[in-house]
Ligand binder design. Structure first.
Ligand code: BGC
Length: 420
């Protein structure tokens, strides 16, 4: 692996004390943060880089969940024209590091004590063969259910549903009151986002971990898994006819505007509510997806740093890495993004109740063992396995003729290489 310890240490020193203009450079950053809330969050970063005299170059590829971005990134890297940094997450970081295209951030990491500042589960994902190659910026919780307070009130739904029985009873009332019960965007990653929350709600972390993370055959073919698939299918009957292909943020807008009651989505959705001027606990609510209050599916956005030739570009990249892990950025960015800082020991005073709950639950579930990686958001499986699982789940969602047993058989077939 390319080793630039000296460069990193110097970059850290520059970041701390040197004059901005003297060391300015350009950073090109690949991301897919193009929705209203996402754009506001990334603007904080651009602003902070700009204040140091660095030039930010957007390399945006639209498409929620980042699948499109990864495809475009591959072409660029293969052509020998990698950006300085790219939003790459989970096991995909290892896949990129294996290609020997990422840079070693260890000098910066030890200078800035990243090991002490990060939860171990996150730090481990940022390292390849023990060396930091990526920088985490947040923790998104995925197992949320968002609701429009006025719609629920008009429909006579007094309490947020804690079980699927309560959820379907509420959905019936919302439907009867003339609203769309569940806003859903029919794209494979959004289908899987709902699916993994249902699996967690029905079978707890034990089923989730065995069936979706370890791809254990017995768990995948279990009655609990079949029940989860039935509930998942039943949720579809509460979505509208135009959901196919709809982007997640357009879907969140349906809840914001009072067209729909609920949406299953990670807390980047909160970024949209906030960008629309809404407040949690007032116009909208966040609650754990039914049955998942004591569990937490985590999704950590991180930037992998690519090897760069120019010294100026390396310096700007070093400053970016330093900035991303800094307390100021972690607070400003996450206040807009809907997530919580990944840095430990941050003051949560300025954050809203959803973020405070998320932070408290993150700590509690990491102690209880109920902190699990989001499969839908690339935290658990290899890219190819994840794609195959997503396709199987979406096929079931889209094809009402496919039976639960057939869906189970497909899941077993696509996950075969990892099975024990
Ligand atoms: C990412 C978020 C992003 C969301 C929608 C998730 O996988 O982690 O940062 O906002 O997808 O694109």
């Amino acid at each position: 692996m390319y080793f630039s310890a000296l460069a990193r240490t110097m970059a850290a020193a520059f970041a701390l004390c040197a004059s901005a203009a003297l060391h300015a450079g350009e950073v090109e950053v690949l991301h897919y943060w193009t929705s209203g809330g996402e754009a506001k969050s990334v603007a904080e970063l651009k602003d902070m880089m700009g204040k140091r005299g660095h030039t930010w170059k957007d390399f945006t590829v639209t498409g929620g969940g980042g699948q499109n971005a990864m495809a475009v990134l591959k072409q660029r890297v293969l052509a020998g024209n990698a950006p300085a940094a790219a939003n790459i997450k989970g096991p995909a970081i290892q896949e990129w590091a294996e290609l020997n295209v990422l840079t070693n951030l260890d000098a910066m990491a030890s200078f800035e004590k990243w090991d002490e500042a990060l939860p171990k589960v996150v730090a481990d994902q940022m390292k390849y063969k023990g060396r930091y190659v990526a920088v985490p910026v947040n923790v998104h919780r995925v197992n949320w259910l968002w609701a429009n307070s006025a719609v629920l009130k008009k429909a006579g739904v007094a309490a947020l549903p804690k079980t699927y029985d309560e959820f379907f009873a509420a959905a019936d009332k919302i439907k009867a009151a003339g609203f769309i019960p569940v806003a859903h965007g029919g794209q494979d990653w959004q289908d899987f986002t709902v699916f993994e929350s249902v699996v967690l709600g029905v079978g707890g972390t034990a089923l989730y971990d065995k069936a979706l993370v370890k791809l254990d055959r017995a768990a995948m073919t279990s009655d609990e898994m079949k029940k989860a698939l039935e509930i998942f299918r039943r949720i579809k009957s509460y979505t509208d006819a135009n959901s196919n292909g709809r982007d997640w943020n357009v879907t969140t807008e349906m809840v914001i505007n009072g067209k729909a009651g609920f949406q299953f989505m990670g807390d980047w959705a909160k970024g949209e509510f906030l960008a629309a001027g809404q407040t949690p606990g007032k116009e909208f609510t966040c609650s754990a997806a039914p049955g998942t209050a004591n569990a937490y599916t985590f999704n950590v956005d991180s930037f992998a740093m690519f090897q760069l030739k120019s010294w100026e570009a390396q310096k700007a990249q070093g400053y970016l890495a330093y900035l991303l892990m800094g307390k100021e950025f972690q607070e400003k960015f996450n206040l807009r993004k809907g997530s919580i800082p990944v840095r430990l020991g941050m003051n949560m005073e300025k954050f809203d109740d959803c973020a405070k709950t998320s932070s408290k639950d993150f700590v509690a579930t990491s102690a209880s063992g109920a902190l699990v990686p989001s499969v839908a958001h690339g935290m658990a499986l290899s890219s190819s396995q994840q794609a195959a699982m997503r396709a199987a789940v979406s096929e079931f969602w889209n094809n009402d003729k496919l039976s639960v047993s057939e869906a189970v058989a497909k899941l077993v077939a696509v996950s075969a290489p990892k099975q024990k």
